[in-house]
Design a protein around this ligand. Structure first.
Ligand code: NAD
Length: 280
């Protein structure tokens, strides 16, 4: 039976460290959060971010803009926050209304205030192994693997999902640890090759958003399974991996909820403190 990699528990130790670093800063660090329009998903992220920020001594400033906000106005708003010396980090809540292109507007956040680690300059630094600000979800996955105590050197790691916020940056971060990395995606499934890759994974990371996509019986004996997926099924939140069956085969597995999610928020706050330190 696999041991649980509980993000909640691992996050507590990291939060203690963040609190100590916050106490050493000259001014209380400030995270500016922009929410455009009303959306239940965004509202729930904001709520949990505000709660964690408060517990860590971080000021969380929520800026709510109307649903019909134009890109030009949002860019202008971001530039004002860029110029505001008291603001250390900026986050844009997803999802955004359809008239706003996240890829376009996120580039207007100054790289030194980009606490989501998604500015091309910050993403580019990952390629050279020099990033101080890492994208939050991949950073959370790396912390979970580290908590298992397993050395990634030479390990067969399979990532399912190649999005810009999870799979792609994570692949680079794993290569930095000398893992052998395979990245699967919809094309892999369509070609009927997903199973063969999953079966060989010593470390399996799944970030797709399809409940039950990965059958527990495919998980290699003794594998580490990190399930990033969040799916609502009959009023329950589940991941992308069949948890009970996978737990019987894996050595370590993340629960959903309570695995990657709580650590992702913690990584955001860690990035904010890194940004505040670099700016002071
Ligand atoms: P996305 O939609 O941007 O990307 C999905 C990926 O899955 C793509 O690479 C796509 O090719 C791949 N895919 C789709 N169907 C597939 C299939 N049948 N077989 C193999 N690959 C397939 O998604 P995202 O934004 O990366 O999010 C993925 C999941 O992770 C979602 O459930 C999301 O809610 C969750 N998520 C969780 C956190 C967290 O903090 N826990 C953070 C980010 C995303």
């Amino acid at each position: 039976m696999a041991k649980l990699l509980e993000g909640k528990v691992i996050a507590e130790a990291i939060k203690e460290k963040i609190k100590q670093e916050v106490a050493l800063l000259k001014a209380r660090p400030v995270l500016a959060s922009i929410q455009v329009g009303e959306n239940a998903g965004a509202a729930s992220y904001v709520k949990s971010q505000a709660k964690v920020a408060e517990a860590l001594g971080i000021e969380y400033q929520l800026h709510k803009l109307s649903e019909d906000t134009h890109e030009a106005h949002l860019i202008d708003f971001i530039q004002k926050l860029n110029a505001n010396k008291s603001v250390n980090g900026i986050i844009i809540q997803m999802p955004l209304p359809q008239q706003i292109d996240y890829k376009k507007i996120s580039q207007y956040i100054l790289p030194e205030k980009d606490v989501e680690g998604m500015h091309p300059q910050n993403i580019g630094k990952i390629l050279f192994g020099k990033a101080k600000i890492l994208p939050c979800t991949p950073a959370a996955v790396m912390e979970l693997i580290s908590a298992s105590g397993v050395d990634l050197y030479g390990k067969e790691v399979v990532i399912v999902g190649h999005s810009e916020i999870v799979g792609k940056p994570l692949a680079l971060m794993l290569l930095e640890k000398f893992a052998t990395v395979t990245v699967c995606h919809i094309g892999t499934s369509k070609a009927g090759k997903l199973e063969e890759h999953v079966k060989k994974a010593e470390v399996l990371i799944v970030a797709v958003g399809k409940a039950g996509l990965i059958k527990g019986s495919l998980v290699k004996e003794g594998a580490i399974v990190i399930d990033v997926g969040i799916n609502r099924v009959a009023d329950k939140i589940v991941g992308d991996v069949e948890f009970e069956a996978a737990q019987l085969r894996a050595a370590f597995i993340t629960p959903v909820p309570g695995g990657v999610g709580p650590l992702t928020v913690t990584m955001l706050m860690r990035n904010l403190v890194e940004a505040a330190k670099a700016q002071s």
